[in-house]
Design a protein around this ligand. Structure first.
Ligand code: AMP
Length: 510
């Protein structure tokens, strides 16, 4: 069971079909994509001597070569480590070190910033850039046949930001990702050979792992020329290419819908927009359905069970006549086919219908473990159930509504930001005595990061500069509140709920 077999079959059956496009320009057919993957695999395995199970990291923005690297790695029995291209070089260094990556593929634009951090990585043998001579030379190597992999062999090692400050590597196996793909067909959407997935969100995340359903059908993969999300570009691509499918965070959906509403652009070229990764406000999805019609499907997942916990189907979203439609569109739908979902009390006992508890998940898409982190694994995987850290409630029909996140993660523009990580950076400033970071609801971003700081003569500018030095730009607080003290409970633990209330009631006055 090797994910590379999806590409092998597509290339055999449909060699001439277009596989990869840059904008609306075809770049590679399925035969060419498979051929390049087989040669690159031959280079990684033969010339560089990588062994099955070795790790290949990708620190790349969306690129027409992304799929080639993924499939070459699996072809050679290797494990991919996709890294968020927005991370700070220090964060990337940690991931490369922790995963023991032997090879790194890095975008040209990201390499200069990362280079100073690559010196102390004993496992790293080779660095490739997409348009560099090494990559071209590797493609001249002899092709190999795909290595056999067992279903439980590791395929995808994805780092989530840890609440403890240390990112954790989620181990996804070949079986997990095949199961995720089966759920795409059963619970999200059918895919035809004429469909096109456009990577408007990062290929290192959910958008990228949706590639399998489209390779399985020998459909098209479109990398926007902008490399990411630009509503006008997407509308143009929908007209020129047609049957566009995409994964988008709720903020992206909102911006696309606003663009379509303001420009009156035609929407027929969009087939399916799958949204998830963060909360979607009811008013926003109502507006989206009114403006673009029944083109939406919602999914709820997390790195530990990627894209696959629940789904809210196109038909349910579009069924405005249903008596419980408003509740349903506020929900994240029902459990996907290959997983079971429960809402439980802290002791693991299911809570009554309608009551709130922690969402737990069991099934084929749930990760094997955290990489080299038995403690975190034991905390998160208990008796075969994944404890998501999300609070929710099930209704009598099995629809799940998420209430709050027990982990206090801030989700801004679809990206997760863990307050503790930001707090630790701010506390490096000698003038900062105490700090607490929370998310503030925001119509555009879902949430924005806000920091409460107790300190002596500290300026927001200095804190911003400190963040720029240590963490990704998108994690920086958008606002600072300098306060005399933080609200705390009897045990001295900061009351984040009190901080949130202060923000709701106007500016804080500590
Ligand atoms: P990540 O592991 O980065 O994919 O983040 C996963 C977290 O995002 C989940 O645990 C949820 O808290 C949140 N999330 C994912 N999908 C949804 C959704 N459809 N609605 C609300 N929150 C979501």
């Amino acid at each position: 069971m090797n994910l590379a077999q999806l590409l092998v079959r597509a290339a055999r059956v449909h060699p001439e079909r277009v596989a990869v496009l840059l904008g609306d320009q075809p770049v590679l057919s399925y035969a060419q994509l498979a051929h390049r993957a087989a040669r690159l695999a031959g280079h990684l395995s033969g010339t560089l001597g990588l062994l099955p199970g070795d790790r290949v990291a990708l620190f790349m923005t969306n690129h027409v070569g992304y799929l080639e690297v993924l499939y070459a790695a699996w072809w050679a029995g290797l494990v991919v480590v996709p890294i968020n291209a927005k991370l700070h070089p220090r964060e990337v260094e940690f991931i490369l070190d922790d995963s023991g990556a032997a090879v790194l593929f890095v975008s040209d634009a990201l390499l200069p910033g990362l280079r100073p951090f690559l010196g102390g990585l004993p496992s790293l043998k080779k660095v490739f850039t997409p348009d560099g001579p090494e990559w071209s030379a590797a493609l001249a190597d002899a092709a190999m046949t795909p290595i056999h992999r067992e279903p439980d062999d590791l395929a995808w090692l994805f780092y989530t930001s840890g609440t403890t400050g240390r990112p954790k590597g989620v181990m996804q196996t070949h079986r997990n990702l095949y199961a995720m793909t089966a759920c795409y067909f059963m619970d999200v959407d059918d895919v035809s050979m004429d469909d096109a997935i456009v990577y408007a969100a990062p290929m290192s995340h959910g958008a990228g792992i949706y590639n399998f359903a489209f390779v399985a059908r020998a459909a098209r993969h479109v990398v926007p020329v902008s490399g990411g999300f630009d509503p006008a570009e997407l509308v143009a691509l929908s007209s020129s290419i047609g049957r566009l499918c995409m994964f988008a965070a709720p903020t992206m959906v909102k911006r696309l819908v606003e663009h379509v509403a303001a420009s009156g652009a035609p929407v027929e070229g969009f087939k399916t927009i799958v949204y998830g990764g963060g909360p979607m406000y009811v008013e926003d999805i109502r507006q989206a359905l009114t403006t673009m019609g029944p083109r939406f499907v919602q999914i709820y997942g997390q790195g530990e069970s990627p894209m696959t916990i629940s789904a809210l189907a196109r038909e349910q979203l579009a069924d405005g006549a249903h008596p419980r439609w408003t509740e349903r569109i506020a929900s994240v739908g029902v459990a996907q086919t290959l997983v079971e979902v429960r809402v439980v009390a802290p002791d693991g006992a299911p809570v009554p219908v309608g009551d709130t508890g922690e969402v737990i998940v069991r099934g084929e898409t749930v990760m094997a473990a955290y990489w080299h982190n038995p403690q975190a694994t034991a905390k998160t995987l208990r008796d075969g159930w994944l404890w998501t850290g999300d609070m929710g409630a099930l209704d009598a029909d099995g629809f799940l509504t998420l209430k709050d996140r027990s982990k206090d993660v801030v989700i801004s523009g679809g990206s997760n930001i863990y307050p503790r990580e930001v707090e630790e950076v701010l506390l490096r400033h000698p003038g900062v005595r105490e700090v607490s970071v929370i998310g503030q609801p925001d119509a555009e971003w879902g949430e924005v990061v806000v920091a409460f700081v107790v300190g002596d003569g500290v300026q927001a500018e200095a804190l911003d500069a400190l963040c720029l030095e240590h963490i990704a730009r998108f994690k920086r607080p958008k606002r600072y509140h300098f306060v005399g003290a933080l609200p705390k409970n009897n045990y001295g633990k900061v009351l984040k709920t009190a901080l949130r209330e202060m923000l709701l009631n106007g500016e804080p006055a500590c």
